[in-house]
Ligand binder design. Structure first.
Ligand code: NAP
Length: 245
Protein backbone atom coordinates (compact mmCIF):
# COMPACT_ATOMS: atom_id res chain seq x y z
CA UNK A 1 0.00 0.00 0.00
CA UNK A 2 2.98 2.31 0.46
CA UNK A 3 2.98 2.99 -3.28
CA UNK A 4 -0.60 4.38 -3.58
CA UNK A 5 -0.54 7.94 -4.92
CA UNK A 6 -3.51 10.02 -3.84
CA UNK A 7 -4.85 12.73 -6.14
CA UNK A 8 -4.26 16.20 -4.68
CA UNK A 9 -8.01 16.81 -4.32
CA UNK A 10 -8.89 13.25 -3.21
CA UNK A 11 -10.83 14.43 -0.16
CA UNK A 12 -12.06 17.80 -1.43
CA UNK A 13 -15.38 18.76 0.16
CA UNK A 14 -15.32 15.86 2.63
CA UNK A 15 -15.68 16.15 6.40
CA UNK A 16 -13.57 13.67 8.31
CA UNK A 17 -13.25 13.02 12.03
CA UNK A 18 -9.92 11.73 13.37
CA UNK A 19 -9.58 10.54 16.99
CA UNK A 20 -6.25 11.01 18.72
CA UNK A 21 -5.49 13.73 16.17
CA UNK A 22 -2.97 15.55 18.36
CA UNK A 23 -0.08 13.13 18.20
CA UNK A 24 1.54 10.22 16.39
CA UNK A 25 -0.31 8.57 13.50
CA UNK A 26 -3.55 10.48 14.14
CA UNK A 27 -1.73 13.79 13.80
CA UNK A 28 -0.16 12.72 10.49
CA UNK A 29 -3.54 11.48 9.21
CA UNK A 30 -5.30 14.73 10.15
CA UNK A 31 -2.65 16.74 8.29
CA UNK A 32 -2.69 14.42 5.26
CA UNK A 33 -6.50 14.50 5.03
CA UNK A 34 -6.50 18.31 5.29
CA UNK A 35 -3.75 18.55 2.67
CA UNK A 36 -5.95 16.51 0.32
CA UNK A 37 -8.89 18.88 0.75
CA UNK A 38 -10.87 17.60 3.74
CA UNK A 39 -12.31 19.61 6.59
CA UNK A 40 -10.93 17.65 9.52
CA UNK A 41 -12.55 17.39 12.94
CA UNK A 42 -9.65 16.98 15.36
CA UNK A 43 -10.71 14.94 18.40
CA UNK A 44 -8.32 14.26 21.27
CA UNK A 45 -7.49 14.57 24.91
CA UNK A 46 -4.73 17.20 25.09
CA UNK A 47 -6.06 20.53 23.82
CA UNK A 48 -2.63 22.12 23.26
CA UNK A 49 -1.69 19.29 20.86
CA UNK A 50 -4.95 19.70 18.94
CA UNK A 51 -4.37 23.46 18.73
CA UNK A 52 -0.91 22.91 17.32
CA UNK A 53 -2.34 20.65 14.54
CA UNK A 54 -5.08 23.23 13.96
CA UNK A 55 -2.47 26.00 13.55
CA UNK A 56 -0.40 23.88 11.17
CA UNK A 57 -3.45 23.22 8.98
CA UNK A 58 -4.44 26.89 8.98
CA UNK A 59 -0.90 28.07 8.18
CA UNK A 60 -0.71 25.65 5.26
CA UNK A 61 -3.90 27.13 3.84
CA UNK A 62 -5.90 23.88 4.02
CA UNK A 63 -9.64 23.93 4.91
CA UNK A 64 -10.22 25.28 8.43
CA UNK A 65 -10.52 22.33 10.83
CA UNK A 66 -12.62 21.97 13.98
CA UNK A 67 -11.45 20.89 17.43
CA UNK A 68 -13.33 18.51 19.73
CA UNK A 69 -11.54 18.13 23.07
CA UNK A 70 -12.72 14.83 24.51
CA UNK A 71 -11.20 12.32 26.90
CA UNK A 72 -12.41 8.94 25.65
CA UNK A 73 -11.91 7.54 29.12
CA UNK A 74 -14.61 9.67 30.73
CA UNK A 75 -16.93 10.53 27.85
CA UNK A 76 -20.54 9.44 28.19
CA UNK A 77 -22.96 8.39 25.44
CA UNK A 78 -24.53 11.87 25.66
CA UNK A 79 -21.18 13.49 24.71
CA UNK A 80 -21.15 11.47 21.47
CA UNK A 81 -24.82 12.16 20.75
CA UNK A 82 -24.21 15.91 21.22
CA UNK A 83 -21.14 15.70 18.97
CA UNK A 84 -23.12 13.92 16.24
CA UNK A 85 -25.83 16.60 16.42
CA UNK A 86 -23.25 19.39 16.13
CA UNK A 87 -21.63 17.69 13.13
CA UNK A 88 -25.00 17.32 11.43
CA UNK A 89 -25.88 20.96 12.08
CA UNK A 90 -22.52 22.28 10.86
CA UNK A 91 -21.70 19.92 8.00
CA UNK A 92 -24.93 18.05 7.18
CA UNK A 93 -23.16 14.69 7.20
CA UNK A 94 -19.84 12.98 7.96
CA UNK A 95 -17.82 11.38 5.13
CA UNK A 96 -15.19 9.62 7.18
CA UNK A 97 -14.25 8.50 10.66
CA UNK A 98 -10.76 7.33 11.58
CA UNK A 99 -10.74 5.55 14.94
CA UNK A 100 -7.10 5.99 15.86
CA UNK A 101 -6.78 6.95 19.55
CA UNK A 102 -5.66 4.07 21.74
CA UNK A 103 -3.87 3.17 24.91
CA UNK A 104 -1.11 0.58 25.10
CA UNK A 105 -1.89 -0.37 28.70
CA UNK A 106 0.57 -2.50 30.62
CA UNK A 107 2.66 -5.21 28.96
CA UNK A 108 3.35 -8.25 31.12
CA UNK A 109 2.43 -11.81 32.08
CA UNK A 110 -1.30 -12.58 31.98
CA UNK A 111 -1.09 -13.86 35.54
CA UNK A 112 -0.19 -10.34 36.69
CA UNK A 113 -2.67 -8.46 34.54
CA UNK A 114 -4.13 -5.40 36.30
CA UNK A 115 -7.90 -5.35 36.03
CA UNK A 116 -7.92 -1.56 36.46
CA UNK A 117 -5.58 -1.23 33.49
CA UNK A 118 -7.65 -3.72 31.45
CA UNK A 119 -10.79 -1.65 32.13
CA UNK A 120 -9.04 1.56 31.08
CA UNK A 121 -7.69 0.02 27.85
CA UNK A 122 -11.07 -1.48 26.98
CA UNK A 123 -12.81 1.83 27.70
CA UNK A 124 -10.55 3.86 25.38
CA UNK A 125 -9.72 1.26 22.70
CA UNK A 126 -13.11 -0.42 22.48
CA UNK A 127 -16.12 0.90 24.43
CA UNK A 128 -15.53 4.52 23.36
CA UNK A 129 -15.27 3.30 19.74
CA UNK A 130 -18.54 1.41 20.03
CA UNK A 131 -20.45 4.34 21.54
CA UNK A 132 -18.93 6.88 19.13
CA UNK A 133 -19.64 4.69 16.10
CA UNK A 134 -23.23 4.13 17.24
CA UNK A 135 -23.77 7.88 17.63
CA UNK A 136 -22.12 8.78 14.31
CA UNK A 137 -23.67 6.09 12.07
CA UNK A 138 -26.74 8.24 11.30
CA UNK A 139 -24.53 11.14 10.06
CA UNK A 140 -22.21 8.77 8.18
CA UNK A 141 -25.23 7.24 6.42
CA UNK A 142 -26.15 10.70 5.14
CA UNK A 143 -22.87 11.01 3.21
CA UNK A 144 -22.82 10.03 -0.49
CA UNK A 145 -19.99 7.58 0.33
CA UNK A 146 -18.75 7.06 3.89
CA UNK A 147 -15.56 5.41 5.13
CA UNK A 148 -15.14 4.02 8.63
CA UNK A 149 -11.56 3.09 9.46
CA UNK A 150 -10.50 1.18 12.57
CA UNK A 151 -6.91 1.00 13.78
CA UNK A 152 -5.70 -2.47 14.56
CA UNK A 153 -2.25 -3.91 15.22
CA UNK A 154 -0.23 -7.02 14.44
CA UNK A 155 -1.41 -8.29 17.83
CA UNK A 156 -5.03 -7.65 16.80
CA UNK A 157 -4.58 -10.39 14.22
CA UNK A 158 -2.29 -12.81 16.05
CA UNK A 159 -2.04 -12.86 19.85
CA UNK A 160 1.36 -12.39 21.45
CA UNK A 161 2.81 -13.20 24.86
CA UNK A 162 2.69 -10.29 27.33
CA UNK A 163 0.48 -8.15 25.08
CA UNK A 164 -2.83 -9.54 26.46
CA UNK A 165 -4.94 -6.51 27.31
CA UNK A 166 -3.98 -4.47 24.24
CA UNK A 167 -4.26 -7.50 21.91
CA UNK A 168 -7.74 -8.35 23.21
CA UNK A 169 -8.89 -4.76 22.58
CA UNK A 170 -7.57 -4.89 19.01
CA UNK A 171 -9.12 -8.32 18.24
CA UNK A 172 -12.43 -6.87 19.44
CA UNK A 173 -11.90 -3.84 17.22
CA UNK A 174 -11.43 -6.15 14.21
CA UNK A 175 -14.66 -7.94 15.21
CA UNK A 176 -16.55 -4.66 15.34
CA UNK A 177 -15.17 -3.66 11.94
CA UNK A 178 -16.21 -6.98 10.36
CA UNK A 179 -19.68 -6.92 11.93
CA UNK A 180 -20.38 -3.37 10.73
CA UNK A 181 -18.92 -4.07 7.27
CA UNK A 182 -21.19 -7.12 6.91
CA UNK A 183 -24.23 -5.24 8.19
CA UNK A 184 -23.74 -2.34 5.76
CA UNK A 185 -22.66 -4.35 2.72
CA UNK A 186 -24.17 -2.91 -0.45
CA UNK A 187 -24.79 0.52 1.15
CA UNK A 188 -22.85 3.80 0.99
CA UNK A 189 -20.92 2.87 4.15
CA UNK A 190 -17.77 0.78 4.17
CA UNK A 191 -15.66 -0.30 7.16
CA UNK A 192 -12.06 -1.53 7.14
CA UNK A 193 -9.10 -1.79 9.48
CA UNK A 194 -5.47 -0.76 9.18
CA UNK A 195 -2.52 -2.31 10.93
CA UNK A 196 0.02 0.53 10.89
CA UNK A 197 2.95 -1.77 11.68
CA UNK A 198 5.93 -0.61 13.73
CA UNK A 199 5.86 3.20 13.58
CA UNK A 200 7.96 5.98 15.12
CA UNK A 201 5.57 7.32 17.81
CA UNK A 202 5.39 7.68 21.60
CA UNK A 203 3.34 4.49 21.91
CA UNK A 204 5.96 2.44 20.08
CA UNK A 205 8.76 3.99 22.17
CA UNK A 206 6.88 3.03 25.35
CA UNK A 207 6.48 -0.56 24.13
CA UNK A 208 10.08 -0.89 22.92
CA UNK A 209 12.22 1.57 24.93
CA UNK A 210 15.53 0.02 23.80
CA UNK A 211 14.73 0.24 20.08
CA UNK A 212 16.35 2.87 17.84
CA UNK A 213 13.36 4.90 16.55
CA UNK A 214 15.32 5.86 13.43
CA UNK A 215 14.91 2.28 12.19
CA UNK A 216 11.11 2.71 12.08
CA UNK A 217 8.78 4.17 9.48
CA UNK A 218 7.41 7.60 10.36
CA UNK A 219 3.62 8.18 10.58
CA UNK A 220 3.89 10.30 7.40
CA UNK A 221 5.26 7.31 5.45
CA UNK A 222 2.08 5.31 6.23
CA UNK A 223 -0.28 7.88 4.78
CA UNK A 224 -0.83 6.24 1.37
CA UNK A 225 -2.95 3.53 3.06
CA UNK A 226 -4.80 6.04 5.24
CA UNK A 227 -5.58 8.18 2.20
CA UNK A 228 -6.56 5.21 0.03
CA UNK A 229 -9.11 3.92 2.55
CA UNK A 230 -10.54 7.37 3.25
CA UNK A 231 -10.93 8.42 -0.37
CA UNK A 232 -13.41 7.20 -2.98
CA UNK A 233 -10.75 5.04 -4.72
CA UNK A 234 -11.59 2.42 -2.04
CA UNK A 235 -15.38 2.75 -2.39
CA UNK A 236 -15.80 -0.96 -3.18
CA UNK A 237 -13.50 -2.17 -0.40
CA UNK A 238 -15.20 -3.23 2.84
CA UNK A 239 -14.56 -5.68 5.66
CA UNK A 240 -10.85 -5.78 4.80
CA UNK A 241 -7.83 -5.85 7.07
CA UNK A 242 -5.10 -3.74 5.47
CA UNK A 243 -1.45 -3.35 6.38
CA UNK A 244 0.05 0.11 6.04
CA UNK A 245 3.54 -1.39 5.62
P1 NAP B 1 0.37 7.68 20.27
O1 NAP B 1 1.52 8.39 19.67
O2 NAP B 1 0.43 7.23 21.67
O3 NAP B 1 -0.93 8.58 20.05
C1 NAP B 1 -2.15 8.15 20.57
C2 NAP B 1 -3.18 9.24 20.41
O4 NAP B 1 -4.37 8.80 21.07
C3 NAP B 1 -2.77 10.55 21.03
O5 NAP B 1 -3.17 11.62 20.21
C4 NAP B 1 -3.54 10.55 22.34
O6 NAP B 1 -3.86 11.84 22.81
C5 NAP B 1 -4.80 9.82 21.93
N1 NAP B 1 -5.47 9.31 23.12
C6 NAP B 1 -4.99 8.42 24.02
N2 NAP B 1 -5.86 8.26 25.02
C7 NAP B 1 -6.91 9.07 24.76
C8 NAP B 1 -8.11 9.37 25.43
N3 NAP B 1 -8.42 8.82 26.62
N4 NAP B 1 -8.96 10.26 24.89
C9 NAP B 1 -8.67 10.86 23.72
N5 NAP B 1 -7.55 10.62 23.02
C10 NAP B 1 -6.66 9.74 23.55
O7 NAP B 1 0.01 6.38 19.44
P2 NAP B 1 0.27 5.97 17.90
O8 NAP B 1 1.46 5.12 17.87
O9 NAP B 1 0.16 7.15 17.03
O10 NAP B 1 -0.97 5.00 17.70
C11 NAP B 1 -2.08 5.32 16.88
C12 NAP B 1 -2.86 4.05 16.64
O11 NAP B 1 -2.05 3.11 15.95
C13 NAP B 1 -3.33 3.36 17.91
O12 NAP B 1 -4.61 2.81 17.70
C14 NAP B 1 -2.32 2.25 18.10
O13 NAP B 1 -2.85 1.18 18.84
C15 NAP B 1 -2.04 1.87 16.65
N6 NAP B 1 -0.76 1.20 16.41
C16 NAP B 1 0.42 1.85 16.55
C17 NAP B 1 1.61 1.19 16.26
C18 NAP B 1 2.96 1.87 16.38
O14 NAP B 1 3.98 1.22 16.16
N7 NAP B 1 3.02 3.14 16.73
C19 NAP B 1 1.60 -0.15 15.83
C20 NAP B 1 0.36 -0.79 15.70
C21 NAP B 1 -0.80 -0.10 15.99
P3 NAP B 1 -2.90 12.57 23.87
O15 NAP B 1 -1.58 12.72 23.20
O16 NAP B 1 -3.61 13.84 24.14
O17 NAP B 1 -2.83 11.65 25.06
Amino acid sequence: MLEYQAAKDLLKGKTILVTGAGDGIGRAAALAYAEHGATVILLGKTVSKLESVYDEIEQAGYPTPAIVPLDLKGATEQHYIDMAETIEQQFGHLDGLLHNASLLGVLGPFEHISIDSVKEVMQVNLIAEIIMTKALLPVLKKAPLASLIFTSSSVGRQGRAFWGEYAISKFATEGMMQSIAHEYQGTNLRANSINPGATRTKMRANAYPAENPQTLKTPEELMPTYLYLMGDDSKDITGQQLNAQ
